[in-house]
Design a protein around this ligand. Sequence first.
Ligand code: TXA
Ligand code: MG
Length: 331
Amino acid sequence: MAVSHRAPGASIRVADAAGIAAAVEALDAGGLIGLPTETVYGLAGDALDPGAVARIFAAKQRPADNPLIVHIAAVGELHRVAAHVTPLARHLAADFWPGPLTLVVDAAPAIPSITRAGLSTVAVRLPDHPVAATVLAAADRPVAAPSANPSGRPSPTTAAHVAAELGHAVELVLDGGSCPVGVESTVVDARGDHPVVLREGTVTREQLGVAVRRTTAERQRSPGTRYRHYAPSCPVVLVPRAAISAVLAGQSPSALDRTGVVASSRTLAALPPGPRIIAGFDDEVDLARNLYGALRRAEEAGVSRLLVETVPERGVGRAVMDRLRRAAAQP
Ligand code: TXA
Ligand code: MG
């Protein structure tokens, strides 16, 4: 057994042939695995096995009304999960798969009710990650995988994040390194003639050719977006770039020492000494990649609050600000 690291309850496995075989065996047996994707790590189980899906809900303590995303290995498998594939879904799949775009379509009868939380629709995506691709192809079945975090916590972007919080619930975590995108997929309702964005992600409204302003249909959003989410144990405060120095200025040295900062490199360069620098970023794409890791590092540093510089709400910035606002929301 090629165990690269052992955390309480879970083996982080190298994603070599033996690791992949063990992962597929676990899925076959109705077990759960930690699966790397390009966005975040998933808590993966057989999407067609209600028992496996029930274990996913239990492990995450996920509300039963929040449906899961089903992952497939090839565009041609869409018919295994969808009752009806609209021309729009076909176009979006052709343009953006494999990639961080999830399509909501009418569910095939084979998808158990628990997987779709009783809805008549199912969310499906084809991830762009070599480890996920190999596992999905070898498993030869649709795989349900929500982000591998307990509900409400920051999503995991490394195998160690999964092992630390959900290691007890999985047979193994496949190590796929750090997730290159860092925030969850864009979720789009693809049942009509035009995409309806239900969750922002790094496939942007600009790329999808939809209005930047949210429409009435979009305000319904995805069930999962109703909840406070992504929150670290310390309060998160969002601060525009121009205000960061002023927010820090009034503080005593001991208060400063308990204040963490996540800000752009140019803001950090101009910051007075005192606060704990948790992470810097170049632009919103870089912040997306490092966001959840930074929230976890702030917890580990034991800061009593975390200031995060806001980014412009355009392109990937919209997904980043969506996650940040929910991390900063009061419980
Ligand atoms: O990038 C991702 O999407 C990651 C990786 C692991 O693939 N998965 C992920 O899953 O973020 P999760 O469960 O954390 O978020 C799924 C989101 C939730 O907001 C959920 O409400 C929404 O997708 N969703 C799932 N099925 C849906 C459906 N039938 N209709 C509307 N929204 C749905
Ligand atoms: Mg999630």
